[in-house]
Design a protein. Structure first.
Length: 206
């Protein structure tokens, strides 16, 4: 209950302070990338309950002659890279926190298709609400292997506390300022999880 109260208080404060930035960012996304302004995608939350995560779009909707989306590195513009490196693309997620879909701190919500691929230990990351930031995000983020990322997620589940959440939020601010670990080395998006010890290139996961 204390965690939920803290989430609501901090999100309300953030929205009060950041609403001009949110509006300006939305305007730039509309002008430079077109509509829709928001990227929405089904993600599993606590206990696997599916919700629609919201982010600012960072990619165009360009397709080939067959109507298939072009590669991520083609669709990700310099403005889109700026949104990601500055974490401005994550601002709409504050509304997911207000709705109770997410928390400010917790394991990042991944794709629904990953649910049957987790082993029993990895599946424990869904015992808590997913977060905008988390223990894995401040300890390597996209430069971690999937196995290491899941171990950090489960460690958070077992050791979560109000003080740990505050520590993670403070570390997140530093990481955002430094703009580190945003992209996996050699890839513009995190490689797709296909089960422990196996991964391939991911598409359309902004």
């Amino acid at each position: 209950m204390r965690k939920r109260v803290l989430d609501i208080l901090l999100v309300c404060m953030a929205l009060f302070l950041l609403w001009p930035i949110i509006l300006v960012t939305a305007l730039f996304v509309r002008v430079l990338l077109g509509g829709p302004v928001l990227f929405k995608q089904a993600r599993p939350g606590r206990h696997g309950r599916v919700f629609n995560i919201m982010k600012f779009r960072s990619m165009t909707n360009e397709t080939d002659e067959n109507g298939q989306l072009l590669a991520d590195d083609v669709r990700l513009t310099s403005f889109g890279k700026f949104l990601r490196r500055s974490s401005l693309d994550e601002l709409p997620g504050l509304f997911n926190v207000l709705r109770g879909d997410m928390s400010l701190v917790g394991p990042r919500p991944l794709l629904v298709e990953y649910l049957p691929l987790y082993n029993a230990q990895q599946l424990r990351r869904h015992e808590v609400r997913p977060g905008i930031t988390g223990w894995a995000q401040v300890n390597g983020r996209n430069n971690l292997s999937w196995e290491d990322k899941f171990k950090l997620d489960v460690w958070y589940v077992d050791n979560r506390s109000l003080m740990l959440d505050i520590k993670i939020l403070c570390m997140t601010v530093i990481k955002v300022i430094q703009r580190v670990d945003v992209e996996q080395i050699g890839h513009v998006t995190m490689r797709k999880f296909t089960g422990s010890g196996n991964a391939e290139g991911e598409r359309n996961d902004q």
